[in-house]
Design a protein around this ligand. Structure first.
Ligand code: PMP
Length: 397
């Protein structure tokens, strides 16, 4: 039965990582996958996480199943981070959260919920978007459309075009927004633009789905939630998929959440009961460890402030690398203006490098960049900056 099955194409991002790993070049540089690296090029466990783990190992009493939605303490902590403690949505019990295996697991549950309960809905994603979005929604049989976002000529958000495309989205469809640190462009709407988008959303009657994978990587935990909170002021219903892979460095623990916001607490109960059914038929119930770590860190004042400092350090290092990248390219004689990189948010930027230049960087210099020209700024260090910029200067010459 299996003999006619063809080999699947390699994942464009994870496949690149495999190629990097197999490259014997001692000076290779990986700007592919979105994993934070420190100044030494390592992805260490945060101190706050390690301390929480030590406490958990000492006090943990069982490995019995969690409930379908995960623990109450975790779900509450997630909502406080998303909405801000004491937000009206929390006070009125209009939101329900289930722990999920990472942001991807949350998006998959959202996809299944949409497919089952919003019949005929198309999901609209930005052009461009994270490479996995389309696959996640299509895997449950949803139609995926795209809305205008990036202007390659000016390397900025084409907000007029974005508004124009979203005003064509019919009532009842779903529009995915990146909560902050847009992947792959690093360009986010301003707070005023978010307000305009929220207004359009409520006028058109589409359902916003926030993919919030980088809270704290842009300007700060609260600042990065501005878009989501502006939407909450204007729309009654929303889906949110959040991830702790990046901001806690808990990539391999698979910890995130799927949150539904409804008009009333009664609607939220009904909707959430259906979300739980999707989970039950998918992975039954979530893994415990990562969520227990997140809960411990978020609810213990000492660990929380340590974590916030560590998150700030990651954010600051990335921003320093953005500036150093721009100035080093200039110092290497590159005439093209790369200053846009300094103004973008989060791990990624669209470099504007062409597929041919990307291929040459890999073969000639061992520099790994996704074919679209997306670079993971988190892979830059003070040590690799010179050879990196020299390579880029040569392919641009
Ligand atoms: N959404 C976006 C925009 C992402 O960049 C990522 C991670 N690359 C995810 C979701 C998924 O995160 P996780 O690793 O937690 O599944």
């Amino acid at each position: 039965m299996f003999e006619n099955i063809q080999v699947a194409p390699a994942d464009p991002i994870l496949g690149l990582n495999d190629a990097y790993r197999n490259d014997p070049n001692p000076n290779k540089i990986n700007l592919g996958v979105g994993v934070y690296k420190d100044e030494l090029g390592a992805t260490p466990i945060l101190k706050s996480v390690k301390q929480a783990e030590e406490r958990l190992v000492a006090t943990e009493k069982t490995k019995s199943y969690l409930s379908i939605e995960g623990t109450e303490a975790y779900r509450q902590a997630v909502q406080e981070l998303l909405f801000g403690a004491g937000h009206d949505v929390i006070a009125k019990q209009r939101a329900r959260t289930a722990q999920s295996p990472g942001g991807t697991g949350a998006l998959r549950i959202a996809a299944e919920f949409i497919k089952k309960h919003l019949p005929g809905a198309t999901v609209w994603v930005s052009n461009p978007t994270w490479a996995n979005h389309q696959a996640i929604f299509q895997s449950v049989g949803l139609e995926v459309g795209s809305y205008a976002y990036y202007d390659a000529a000016t390397k900025s958000l084409d907000f007029e075009a974005m508004l124009a495309s979203l005003s064509q989205v019919p009532e009842g469809d779903v529009v995915l927004f990146h909560g902050c640190c847009h992947n792959p462009t690093g360009i986010d709407p301003t707070t005023e633009q978010w307000a305009q988008l929220a207004k359009l959303c409520s006028k058109q009657g589409f359902l916003p789905l926030f993919d919030f994978a980088y809270q704290g990587f842009g300007s700060g935990l609260e600042e990065d939630a501005a878009g989501l909170r502006v939407f909450l002021d204007q729309v009654q219903e929303m889906l949110i998929a959040n991830s702790f892979s990046k901001n806690f460095g808990l990539y391999n623990e698979r910890v995130g959440g799927i949150t539904v916001v409804c008009e009333t607490a009664e609607h939220a109960d009904a909707v959430f009961s259906q979300v739980k059914r999707c989970i039950r038929a998918n992975y039954s119930n979530p893994p415990a460890h990562g969520a227990a770590v997140v809960t411990e860190v978020l609810t213990d004042p000492e660990l929380r402030s340590l974590w916030e400092m560590e998150l700030q350090a990651m954010r600051t290092r990335i921003n320093e690398m953005r500036n150093l990248f721009v100035s080093t390219l200039r110092a290497k004689g590159v005439e093209q203006d790369f200053s846009f990189i300094s103004h973008q948010n989060g791990m990624f930027s669209f470099s504007g490098l062409t597929p041919d230049q990307v291929a040459q960087l890999r073969t000639d210099f061992g520099i790994y960049i996704v074919g679209s020209g997306r670079i993971s700024v988190a892979g830059m260090t003070k040590d690799n900056m010179e050879p990196l910029c020299e390579g880029i200067a040569k392919v641009l010459a």
